[in-house]
Design a protein around this ligand. Structure first.
Ligand code: ADP
Length: 638
């Protein structure tokens, strides 16, 4: 083509050429497009709120010129007919490209860009460029002239929409960059590259756009190769465990053994520890301490009531609202691939039509398989072999045997009264004081009071209830202290009459100090506020009535203290001996020995005995509550 001859405009240029008139959707008359006003009307009607926007760059009147050999516009025509716009197939066209572009609306960024492109390129290259623009898909066409989907063709440049769009664009570029620089395994990398290619071609309005983008964001956020360095110092670990927890010697010993093996042999295919014991005995908090000693991140996954296997393994991405499972979510939260995961309450996993989560956990907990764990959402394998799993449960009876088999059970028994007192004074009270903004100079809880709380206000193997009661005491004292400060401030003020302050003194002197009495006008209470039994009664109310025979409760306690049948067997032996001792010493009413003998013959080799049955037999045994209580507390009953 010579540079002087008019440039041939390919007929499939995304411009709507109109000749005689256009029948706009919904109208009964053709609108002729011979005037600029009508042209504007047609343009706005056609390009506004319709999918045509993504196809048509502009509307121009068609000038008949038989010399031109341009073809019809089949794709455009068919599309327009489906949109109920009837227009005459364009006649051959003779117009220079620049003239054509000039006729278009220059305020449209795409057109402006096209114009700039035409100005900057050599004329000979223009037909080629245009042809290449036209042969590609709409999206690609638009990309060539560096604009976004023409949904936005009518917007005003420089508006907020523009900025949002640029941000989106930047995000995708960033995402792509992150994928390129991420240290994910090859397989995952391939999937990501494929998905980002798809994402780039997708219009943002497509529901799949958000899904794919979320997926890719998760993929780049996952800690494929990021881990913390273990601090394996057994001596430090021992000190830390001792500082954090009183008693629990057996558990701490086993945990230290476990850590020592890790220190010597950096083979992470160790057993999965499962702490089994009644609530509130510190199973979770030992797990947290293990993470602290190792210098690892800690993440707790509560499994109580989980009855859908997708909770563990995630939903396939084909589902609406699909998301990854808790394991992958946990990894994303902690941001490293070697955290300590505490699988809390594995004994409370449920089962439903949505599958068996315990079965999904089998793969997670098996050191032979978990280096290749595949979450349904990710659909690529993630290596879980660096994760340290610790499970907790109240009983082993409801843990599926296959899962139980994968774990090493460590029993955490309930505490004795003495241990509870020590735990309260070493750990719980300081923690509660700190939480309530109190200092030891403001409150004093003697050991007898703690014993009173334990024996009269709580009935538990652990210390959670005790902790709550101490919290209630701290709250009451906090009110008192805050009120005291307020009154002090009032008395300091010179405008308070002297007599008033004196009167308050008298009231203070004549009335015994009561923690609950907040209506009195007493002076600030004497510090530290001593919590004695009366104060306890004021704050916590009357003690739990001591039931002389509460076999159901105590049998249940016995069960929670010795959840396995072998332990029950030991319990029964202990009971037998207790009976003998009691009978020999003549102390109190001897339990019915005949009934103790009727207790089921549970042996270590008889794991199938349902605990409930045993418990009801225990109830019938007529053993004094105190004896059972002592046994449940782990004390010898004599
Ligand atoms: P569990 O997981 O066994 O139900 P938690 O670990 O949640 O119990 O413990 C409940 C509370 O009791 C925690 O605040 C914990 O610190 C405290 N606790 C339990 N046992 C001890 C202990 N031996 N020493 C110090 N605090 C303890």
């Amino acid at each position: 083509m010579s540079s002087l001859s008019p440039i041939q405009i390919p007929s499939r240029l995304p411009l709507l050429l109109t000749h005689e008139g256009v029948l706009l959707p919904g109208s009964t008359m053709r609108t002729s497009v011979d005037s600029a006003r009508n042209l504007q009307l047609v343009r706005s009607r056609l390009l506004k709120g319709t999918s045509l926007q993504s196809t048509i760059l502009g509307v121009i009147p068609n000038t008949p010129d038989p010399a031109s050999d341009a073809q019809d516009l089949p794709p455009l025509h068919s599309m327009l007919s489906t949109n109920a716009v009837i227009f005459k197939p364009p006649k051959p066209l003779s117009i220079t490209l620049l003239e054509l572009v000039e006729m278009l609306d220059m305020s449209v960024p795409a057109v402006a860009k096209l114009r700039r492109l035409l100005d900057s390129l050599p004329r000979e290259a223009l037909p080629d460029i245009l042809t290449s623009i036209i042969r590609t898909s709409n999206k690609e066409k638009l990309q060539v002239i560096a604009i976004r989907p023409i949904r936005r063709i009518t917007h005003i440049p420089g508006t907020l929409e523009d900025e949002d769009e640029d941000e989106d664009n930047d995000d995708i570029v960033m995402l792509e960059k992150k994928i390129r620089t991420s240290s994910m395994p090859d397989q995952a990398h391939k999937v990501c590259v494929k998905e980002i290619k798809r994402l780039k071609k997708m219009p943002q309005s497509m529901p799949e756009y958000a899904l794919t983008r979320n997926y890719l964001e998760l993929m780049v956020e996952l800690p494929w190769n990021k881990s913390t360095t273990d601090r394996l110092d057994i001596r430090a670990a021992r000190i830390l465990l001792d500082n954090d927890h009183y008693a629990m010697e057996k558990l701490k010993k086993r945990v230290l053994e476990y850590l020592a093996v890790r220190q010597l042999k950096n083979n992470l295919k160790g057993p999965i520890l499962c702490f089994v014991g009644p609530p509130g005995v510190g199973k979770t908090s030992v797990g947290r301490s293990v993470a602290k000693t190792l210098g690892r991140e800690f993440h707790r996954i509560a499994l109580g009531g989980v009855c859908d296997q997708s909770d563990i393994r995630g939903h396939r991405r084909t589902y609406v609202g699909s998301m990854p499972g808790r394991i992958i979510n946990g990894l994303k939260t902690v941001g490293v691939n070697n955290p300590v995961f505490l699988l809390d309450e594995v004994d409370k996993l449920g089962k439903s039509l949505q599958g068996d989560p315990a079965a999904a956990l089998l793969e997670v907990l098996d050191p032979e398989q978990n280096h290749n764990f595949t979450d349904h959402y990710l659909n690529v394998a993630f290596d879980l072999s660096q994760v340290l799993f610790i499970a907790t449960a109240n009983t082993t009876a409801t843990i599926p045997p296959a899962l139980l088999d994968r774990m090493e059970i460590i029993q955490v028994p309930g505490y004795t009264q003495e241990e509870k007192i020590e735990i309260a004074h070493r750990h719980l009270i300081p923690k509660q004081l700190e939480q309530h903004g109190l200092t030891p100079q403001q409150i004093q809880i003697p050991q007898v009071t703690t014993l009173d709380i334990i024996t009269r206000y709580t009935r538990e193997a652990g210390v959670r209830s005790l902790d709550r009661k101490l919290g209630a005491i701290c709250r009451a004292v906090a009110v008192k202290v805050a009120e005291g400060q307020h009154r002090e401030a009032r008395l300091d003020r010179p405008d308070v009459a002297e007599g008033e302050g004196y009167r308050e003194h008298i009231v203070e002197d004549t009335k015994p100090e009561s923690i609950s009495d907040t209506t009195d006008l007493a002076l600030p209470p004497e510090m530290p506020i001593l919590i004695d039994f009366h104060a306890l009664k004021d704050i916590l109310g009357p003690p739990i009535p001591a039931v002389p025979h509460a076999p159901v409760r105590t049998a249940a306690m016995l069960h929670s203290a010795w959840p396995t049948t072998s332990q029950l067997y030991q319990g029964k032996a202990l009971l037998g001996r207790a009976c003998k001792r009691l009978a020999l010493s003549g102390a109190g009413a001897a339990p019915d020995r005949g009934r103790v003998a009727q207790l089921p013959e549970v042996t270590v080799a008889d794991p199938g005995t349902p605990p409930k049955q045993t418990s009801s037999q225990l109830e019938k045994s007529n053993i004094p509550t105190e004896t059972l209580k002592k046994l449940a507390d782990g004390e010898p009953p004599w």
